[in-house]
Design a binder for this molecule. Sequence first.
Ligand code: NI
Length: 173
Amino acid sequence: MALRKIVIRGDEILTKQCKPVTKITDRIRLLCEDMLETMREADGVGLAAPQVGVMKRLFVCRPELEKFDQEYVMINPEIIETEGEQESAEGCLSVPGYIGLLKRPERVKIKAMDLDGEIKEYDFSGFAATCIMHENDHLNGIIYPDIAEEVYTTEQYNEMMAEVVAENEEGEN
Ligand code: NI
């Protein structure tokens, strides 16, 4: 296994449609293992193949904060159903130093193949649904700043959040 280099915004690889995986080969298995390792090392919750320069429809993720050890490999994923809406604040390993605010579905149902070639369906909600939508967007050449309502630097965002906390504390006194 090896760490892969993460592609940064500005590279046109991140703007392209990815191609379906036709067969689970040793090369695909190795790619997924490397991507899992790269995601962990970068402290991320998800990583899509184009982010390591591979134009294939697959991503890895650990979207459930309460079950952080549970990792998924999603090959040729398809969003089957979405429901509701939530405000999401998200970052991306390919867009370091920024946080964007956008609207995402509250729940998502996704179908994908795993590394054993089995097609499974999953339901995610809340933060996990956001993560799934974000990673799936990568496979269609979309990064969150393309669809965000607002994008802040991490510093601006943290200042904003600190102000919100301070205001709430004042309100309580
Ligand atoms: Ni991303």
